[in-house]
Design a protein around this ligand. Structure first.
Ligand SMILES: C[S@@+](CC[C@H](N)C(=O)[O-])C[C@H]1O[C@@H](n2cnc3c(N)ncnc32)[C@H](O)[C@@H]1O
Length: 151
């Protein structure tokens, strides 16, 4: 769950209230953002993450960084779309082939990152237009991959 500082307390509560185990928070450093006089620049989003059940320490997952630095994507189809490479990095927290849930799927970046790197994924998106955009995006990417494999 990517969140800014204002909703941080409620999202960490919501995650736990939903029965998940809150495992921690990583940071997406966007590098750039609107400057605010007399304020700190809000250049980070917080990546609140958890697991549905145990996550044994002996899982085949390496040490991951706590801060990810990527600029916003140039050609976005969703106003808050995340960089694809960022999501490919972040989902490495899941064991190979594991199942990833993104309950706020938007343009489907998490789902796309997951399926092209061998994970399984479920995305939930409330807005019909984004649901269609995200689903089409994943479908097109998978078809392109399949065509590439057939060459
Ligand atoms: C920050 S965007 C996600 C962007 C996504 N990570 C991407 O890269 O495209 C959050 C999305 O959550 C959706 N959303 C908001 N409330 C929701 C809810 N209760 N259930 C499902 N989706 C919801 C919004 O429509 C929006 O598209």
């Amino acid at each position: 769950l990517f969140i800014d500082w204002r909703q941080y307390p409620s999202i960490t509560d919501a995650l736990q209230w939903a029965g998940w185990i809150w495992r921690g928070t990583a940071v997406w450093d966007k590098g750039n953002s609107r400057p605010q006089k007399g304020r700190f620049r809000q250049q980070a989003e917080y990546i609140v993450w958890g697991s549905n059940g145990p996550m044994p320490i002996n899982r085949p997952v390496s040490c991951l960084p706590g801060v990810f630095r990527y600029g916003n994507p140039q050609n976005r189809i969703h106003v808050t779309e995340k960089p694809l490479q960022l999501m490919k990095d972040v989902i490495q927290i899941c064991e190979p082939g594991g199942l990833i849930l993104d309950p706020f799927a938007g343009a489907g970046t998490t789902v796309l990152a997951a399926v092209v790197t061998g994970y399984r994924a479920v995305g939930i998106e409330v807005t019909d237009a984004y649901y269609k955009l995200g689903s089409d995006r994943v479908k097109i990417a998978l078809e392109a991959e399949q065509k590439e494999d057939e060459k």
